[in-house]
Design a binder for this molecule. Structure first.
Ligand code: B12
Ligand code: SF4
Length: 546
C-alpha cells in the first residue's frame, strides 16, 4: 500500500512519482521517515568530484532521529540496474530515497529513484543538485521522482522531513521545494540562509573522503591529503553559460572568519589535510573578506598547509595586496577565467569583463610569486575561427603558466541553453554526455569542420615556445593533474584526434520528460535517446528533427 496520496476534498499536493489512477484513491498519510538512503549515481568522475552534498545533508539533520546511508555507485562502479545495488537498497529498506545529480548523469539518477520505487513503492523519493535545480520544470512529472530540491538544502531538508511527518504538511515552508500542488507544479522560492555559520561542516567520514583521496581524488594539486571546503556562497554575475547564480543566489554570503579557522584546524590536525581546495564560485568577490581570511590563516602558522581555488577567481576581484597575502597564506597558483580572448564572444557571454585588464592582472599575480592558469571556452555560440585565434592571442600575450581549453557545453537551464533552444539551434533536452571525454553536443555553424584537438595541441606548443622558461612547469602540470596512465591516454588521444578529427565521436543524451502524467502510458518515452555520429554532425541530425 502506498503511504502517500492526497485528500480529495483538500487537494493540496500530490506526488509526481505516483501514477494518476493511484492518486485519486489515496489520502495523504504522514510519512515518519526513519531511514534515508542517499544515492550518488554512477557517472561522476571520482578523481574530481565527491558526494559533498550528502556530507552537508547528513551533518545538518538530527542524526539521532534518522539513519542515513550513502550508496556511492560511482565508487562501487555500478548502475542502478545492478542486482547487488538493488539487493543492498532492499536490505536497507529506506523510507526516503534521495539522489543528487549534475546534467550528464541525470538520467541514471532518475533511474535510481525508479528502481527505489520498484523495490519499495511507498518510499518517498527526491532529487537535488545542479541539474535538478536548473532543469526542474522538465523533471517535474517524471515517473519515480516525488520531490525536487532547487538550490541549497542543508537546512531545508530537515524542515521537509518534519513536514512530511505531519497530517497536514505545509510544504510551502520548505525552501526551494518543487512539488505538484492543487493547480499544477509549485516551485517554492529558494530562501537561502544568510548566516552560513548556522550550517554545520560536511561529514567527511560519511562521504569517505579518505577513501576518495587514496584513490586519486584531487583537483589541480599534488597527491596530498586534500579536502574541499565551501567558504562563500553565491555569485552576482550573469555569465550566459553558467548555472551557479541560480544554485546559490546572487548575493555573496560568507562564513565568519572564526568559523573558518575552526574548520581549517579540524582538517589540519584531525584529518591530516595538507591541501584545502576552496570550491567557491567567487572566493575573492569580497576582497576585504578574502584578505582577512588570508591574514587569519597566516597567523595560524600551519606548516605545509596549501590552498587552491579550483573554480578560478574573477580577474577584477583582487589587487596586489591580496595576491601577496594569498601567496603567504599557502597558495601556489591562481586560476583565472577570462574564458575567451574575443571581444565579440565576451559580450555574447555576458561576462562583464574588460579583456584589456587581463594581461596586466596576470602579470601582477605572477609578480606576487604565484603561477597563473587560465580557463578558456572554445566553440561558444556565434564563434568563428577568428574568435578562436583571438583566444590563442590572449593566451600567448598573457604568458599563462597553463591554459585549460574546454569545449563549450550547453548546460540545461542556463541562459545560453534557453537561447539556443528558442532559436531552434538545440533540441530542448540535450544533455552533455560526459564532462571529461571532450565530446560536445553543440557546435557553431562556422566551426563545424574546425579541428579543435589540433588547435589545442598547437596552442600548447606555442605557449611553450613563447615562454621557454615555463616549459618544465607546463609539462609537469599534467602529472600534477592526472595519474601517469591518464596523462598517457590524454596525450595519445589529443594526437590521434588531431590527425583524425572525425573519429572524435561521442554520445549525446536527450532527455525527454513527460510533463503530464496522464499521458504517461508506461512507455519508454522519457528514456534517453542515444545518438552516435561525430559531434559536429550530431548538431545537423538533431536540427533535422525540427
Ligand atoms: C566545486 C565545483 C567543481 C569542482 C568539483 C569538486 C567537488 N565537488 O568535489 C571542480 C573544480 C572539480 C569542478 C569541475 C567541473 N565543473 Co563544477 N562546480 C563546482 C561548483 C562551484 C560547486 C559544486 C559543489 O560541490 N558545491 C557544494 C555542494 C555541497 O553543493 P551542491 O552540490 O549544490 O549541493 C547542495 C544542493 O544542490 C542540494 N542538493 C544537492 N544534491 C541533493 C540531493 C538531495 C536528495 C537533496 C535533498 C538536496 C541536494 O543540497 C546541497 C547542500 O546545500 C558548481 C557551481 C555551484 N555553485 O554549485 C560547479 C558546477 C557543478 N560545475 C559544473 C561544471 C560544468 C564543471 C566542469 C565541466 C567545468 C569544466 N568545463 O571543466 C568540470 C567537470 C569536471 C568533471 N570532469 O567531472 C556545472 C555543472 C552544471 C550541470 N548542470 O551539470 C556547475 C553547476 C557550474 C556551472 N558551470 O554551471 N566543479
Ligand atoms: S562563471 Fe563565475 S562569475 Fe560567471 S556567473 Fe558563473 S560563477 Fe559567476
Amino acid at each position: 500500500m502506498n503511504a502517500v496520496s492526497i485528500d480529495k476534498q483538500s487537494r493540496k499536493f500530490t506526488l509526481f512519482g505516483l501514477k494518476p489512477d493511484i492518486l485519486d484513491e489515496r489520502f495523504w498519510k504522514p510519512v515518519c521517515v526513519k531511514k534515508i538512503a542517499l544515492i550518488w549515481p554512477k557517472g561522476f568522475d571520482a578523481t574530481y568530484s565527491i558526494p559533498l552534498p550528502y556530507g552537508y545533508l547528513k551533518s545538518n539533520i538530527d542524526e539521532s532521529r534518522y539513519e542515513v546511508r550513502i550508496f556511492d555507485n560511482t565508487i562501487a562502479d555500478r548502475l542502478c540496474s545492478d542486482e547487488g545495488f538493488k539487493r543492498d537498497l532492499q536490505d536497507f529498506d529506506p523510507d526516503l530515497v534521495g539522489v543528487s545529480t549534475w546534467s550528464p548523469m541525470s538520467i541514471e539518477a532518475i533511474d535510481c529513484l525508479k528502481v527505489a520505487k520498484e523495490i519499495k513503492p511507498e518510499a518517498i523519493t527526491c532529487i537535488g543538485g545542479a541539474h535538478a535545480t536548473s532543469y526542474h520544470q522538465k523533471i517535474a512529472g517524471v515517473n519515480g521522482v516525488d520531490f525536487i530540491f532547487r538550490g541549497e538544502a542543508d537546512l531545508s531538508f530537515s524542515v521537509f522531513l518534519e513536514e512530511i511527518a505531519q497530517k497536514e504538511p505545509k510544504l510551502d515552508r520548505v525552501s526551494g521545494l518543487v512539488y505538484r500542488g492543487e493547480e499544477g507544479v509549485v516551485a517554492n522560492e529558494t530562501e537561502r540562509e544568510d548566516d552560513l555559520d548556522k550550517i554545520k561542516i560536511p561529514d567527511y567520514d560519511a562521504i569517505q573522503l579518505d577513501y576518495y583521496v587514496r584513490h586519486g581524488y584531487r583537483w589541480n594539486c599534488p597527491p596530498k591529503v586534500n579536502a574541499p571546503v565551501w567558504i562563500t556562497r553565491g555569485c552576482p554575475y550573469r555569465c550566459g553559460y553558467c548555472a551557479a547564480p541560480e544554485l546559490n543566489g546572487k548575493p555573496v554570503r560568507t562564513h565568519s572568519i572564526s568559523y573558518m579557522i575552526e574548520w581549517i584546524k579540524y582538517l589540519y590536525f584531525q584529518r591530516g589535510v595538507r591541501w584545502i581546495n576552496i570550491i567557491d564560485d567567487n572566493f575573492t568577490y569580497h576582497k576585504k573578506y578574502a584578505k582577512e581570511f588570508c591574514r587569519a590563516v597566516i597567523d595560524l602558522k600551519l606548516k605545509g598547509l596549501r590552498f587552491g581555488t579550483p573554480n578560478g577567481i574573477r580577474l577584477e576581484r583582487g589587487d596586489k595586496e591580496l595576491w601577496g597575502l594569498m601567496k603567504k597564506a599557502g597558495w601556489k597558483m591562481l586560476l583565472v577565467a577570462p574564458e575567451t580572448g574575443s571581444e565579440k564572444t565576451i559580450k555574447r557571454m555576458d561576462k562583464d569583463l574588460d579583456l584589456k585588464i587581463v594581461p596586466r592582472v596576470v602579470k601582477e599575480i605572477q609578480e606576487a610569486g604565484l603561477k597563473v592558469q587560465g580557463f578558456l571556452i572554445l566553440g561558444y555560440p556565434g564563434e568563428s575561427e577568428k574568435d578562436l585565434f583571438d583566444t590563442r592571442k590572449l593566451i600567448l600575450s598573457c604568458k599563462f603558466n597553463f591554459a585549460f581549453m574546454a569545449s563549450f557545453q550547453p548546460l540545461p537551464g542556463t541562459p545560453i541553453y534557453k537561447e539556443l533552444v528558442a532559436n531552434k539551434e538545440l533540441v530542448d533536452g540535450v544533455l552533455p554526455h560526459n564532462y571529461s571525454d571532450g565530446t560536445r553536443a553543440y557546435m557553431p555553424d562556422d566551426l563545424k569542420d574546425f579541428n579543435f584537438p589540433k588547435f589545442i595541441l598547437k596552442t600548447h606548443l606555442l605557449m611553450m615556445m613563447n615562454y621557454p622558461l615555463n616549459m618544465p612547469y607546463h609539462l609537469s602540470l599534467m602529472f600534477t593533474l592526472f595519474s601517469p596512465r591518464q596523462v598517457f591516454k590524454k596525450i595519445a588521444a589529443i594526437f590521434y584526434y588531431s590527425l583524425l578529427p572525425k573519429k572524435q565521436t561521442g554520445k549525446t543524451l536527450v532527455f525527454k520528460p513527460i510533463l503530464d502524467q496522464t499521458q504517461n502510458k508506461e512507455t519508454d518515452q522519457e528514456r534517453p535517446m542515444l545518438i552516435y555520429p561525430p559531434m559536429h554532425q550530431q548538431v545537423q541530425s538533431i536540427r533535422g528533427d525540427h
